[in-house]
Design a protein around this ligand. Structure first.
Ligand SMILES: Nc1ncnc2c1ncn2[C@@H]1O[C@H](COP(=O)(O)OP(=O)(O)OP(=O)(O)O)[C@@H](O)[C@H]1O
Length: 271
């Protein structure tokens, strides 16, 4: 059996209400496990708590209660600088908009080199070798290393963001709406790329999306969140064809797209 790389138990995050309003439980009793090499999706409508789960996993937000274990170590307390670096090597994040996360003034090659150097003390030649290997792995050419983010297309920029995340050789990649801003055909290319990467290295994905059709192309398992809670979980294919919850059904019907005919959603819409 594959090793569990993420174990989340009874996770809760409360935010203070705005101007004296009641506390908001953005995440409420969420639990899941993620094995090495597995792709798990978290889906839910806007505001259901998906990003807050991801931010807690990344250490960007502190849980109110519950436990997060990554690579066998519990993530609690305030980490030292060395510990923070080690955690970054375990989990990396790719956002929806790479333009915001990439430095506009830094060439692509240099951005990837910086990410490698942050984690590994490698010499000049090794740094070059790893950088071109990463560019090649995400389907970019050596000449792209010399370009700035604005000189690339949206899909190419997302490839750079993925290469930069892979530079740390993480065990887990969290993809937060990572293909949501791309055209459908480019989305498909990036999803194929993520599949290829998963075949070539030991990596697990936590794929956050509001779009069950997209999730179905990459993730074998899905958890469905609503108002901070997990309302349904299981094999993605099963959730798509036989959802137990009306809420999941509505999520399926909410994303019509050309060429995608959910097996039974038309029948279910009237149910
Ligand atoms: N820093 C914060 N302070 C107060 N409330 C917050 C904060 N971050 C998130 N929330 C609230 O927590 C809830 C869940 O938000 P979250 O961003 O996790 O949802 P989401 O499912 O990722 O939504 P989206 O798909 O729109 O990004 C929302 O009600 C949101 O307003």
């Amino acid at each position: 059996m594959s090793e569990q790389v993420v174990r989340v138990e009874n996770l809760r995050k409360e935010f203070p209400g705005h101007r004296g309003a009641a506390t908001v439980a953005a995440v409420d009793g969420v639990g899941f496990e993620l094995a090495s090499g597995e792709a798990l999706a978290i889906v839910g409508e806007s505001g259901s708590g998906k990003t807050t789960v991801a931010r807690m996993l990344m250490g960007l937000e502190r849980p109110t209660s519950g436990t997060i274990e990554v690579c066998g170590r519990e993530r609690s307390g305030r980490p030292s600088t060395a510990e923070r670096r080690r955690r970054a090597r375990e989990v990396q994040l790719v956002f929806q908009d790479p333009f915001l996360s990439l430095d506009r003034a830094q060439r692509i090659g240099s951005a990837i080199e910086t990410a490698i150097r942050l984690q590994f003390p490698v010499g000049r030649d090794e740094l070059r070798r790893r950088t071109s290997e990463l560019l090649e792995q995400v389907g970019l050419l050596p000449r792209h290393a010399e370009l700035f983010p604005r000189q690339l297309s949206g899909g190419q920029r997302q490839r750079v963001a993925i290469a930069r995340a892979l530079a740390a050789e993480p065990s887990v990649l969290v993809l937060d709406e990572a293909v949501a801003a791309l055209d459908v055909s480019i989305q498909a290319q990036i999803l194929n790329l993520l599949s290829d990467i998963r075949e070539s290295r030991e990596i697990a994905y936590l794929f956050i999306s509001h779009d069950l059709a997209v999730v179905n192309q990459l993730c074998e398992r899905t958890i469905v969140m609503r108002r901070g809670k997990v309302v349904e979980a299981g094999a993605t294919r099963h959730l798509l064809t036989a959802p137990a919850e009306d809420y999941t059904r509505r999520l399926i019907d909410a994303v019509p797209r050309p060429g995608w005919v959910p097996t039974r959603s038309r029948d279910l819409a009237g149910a």
